[in-house]
Design a protein. Structure first.
Length: 279
């Protein structure tokens, strides 16, 4: 029996609640999630069918940063001692938020998501911004991190180029390379097959990498701002549990739909937890 088998099944596990994360997270006991994947409103005025991304416009930057600090202080105690947090941001407020988080956690990486935006038009008084900034933070030095789960295989050409005898049988050539801190993954344009009806849906490839590297199999991922439910889908696909929140009822319906469409690939590992929770 491992530590995860010993965890009590809870009625909040593998559920997305259609409510404000700042109140809903109170029901999650402290020290019960392995990973927080967070993609909060960036403070840029986007329309999520609510005013959550308009705090900075309507009430000023300090009000937005205060709100960020509030949910961060509610979420962080939910982590186990080996737990980690990823937070998606833009350059605009990432500096302030990283400083805030560095007072509470150890910063492991700043990851740049290159959204592979094609070159056309764009800004004339600045360089066109084509990346998101992702902070990767750990609660403590002994944080969980499984690099082998996210290595990228070398392509055939590279392998062939390393065919000299000194490389034959080289473990690093077989197991693939570390994804590094620059993640070049196309954003989900309108016609993309993964695209759901959400304005800032993250590609699964990005969230899956976070889940596989930083949440042990059978562990639990918390996402306070589920949007279209990408974190829940990634967790389900890879045999991790999830819990999350989303304010907009239309997005909550979308999440249910996306989860229902998923193959039940991860269900073997989830089955004991679901059964114990009476689901
Ligand atoms: C940047 S989007 C998340 C996108 C998501 N990662 C995806 O891949 O679809 C942020 C989401 O947080 C939701 N939201 C904003 N404030 C919230 C709150 N207090 N509690 C729960 N959800 C909230 C918004 O409605 C929006 O859908």
């Amino acid at each position: 029996m491992n530590d995860y088998d010993r965890r009590p099944a809870a009625d909040w596990i593998n559920r997305v609640f259609c409510e404000d994360a700042l109140t809903g997270m109170a029901r999650i006991p402290g020290g019960s999630v392995d990973l927080i994947v967070s993609d909060p409103p960036y403070g840029l005025g986007k329309d999520y069918g609510n005013d959550s991304d308009k705090i900075a416009d309507k009430h000023g930057v300090d009000a937005y940063l205060n709100w960020m600090e509030q949910w961060i202080d509610i979420a962080l105690p939910k982590l186990v001692p080996t737990g980690c947090l990823y937070i998606c941001l833009t350059w605009r407020y990432a500096p302030e938020i990283f400083v805030m988080l560095k007072k509470r956690m150890t910063m492991i990486n700043e990851i740049i998501w290159d959204r592979r935006v094609p070159s056309m038009g764009g800004s004339t008084r600045s360089f066109t911004s084509v990346h998101d900034t992702i902070g990767f933070f750990a609660k403590a030095k002994g944080y969980y991190f499984d690099l082998d789960a996210v290595r990228i295989p070398y392509d055939a050409e590279t392998k062939k180029a390393r065919s000299r005898s000194i490389f034959v049988g080289a473990k690093w050539l077989e197991i693939g390379y570390n994804p590094k801190d620059l993640w070049s993954v196309s954003r989900l344009h309108r016609e993309h097959r993964e695209r759901a009806d959400h304005p800032t849906q993250k590609p699964l490839e990005i969230i899956e990498r976070m889940v596989k590297a930083s949440c042990p199999p059978g562990g639990t991922v918390l996402d306070p701002f589920m949007g279209s439910g990408t974190t829940a889908v990634a967790a389900k696909r890879h045999g991790r549990n999830f819990v999350g929140f989303e304010l907009n009822p239309e997005y909550c319906a979308l999440i249910e739909q996306r989860l229902a469409n998923e193959t039940n690939a991860g269900d073997e590992q989830l089955a004991p937890v679901l059964a114990a929770a009476g689901k």
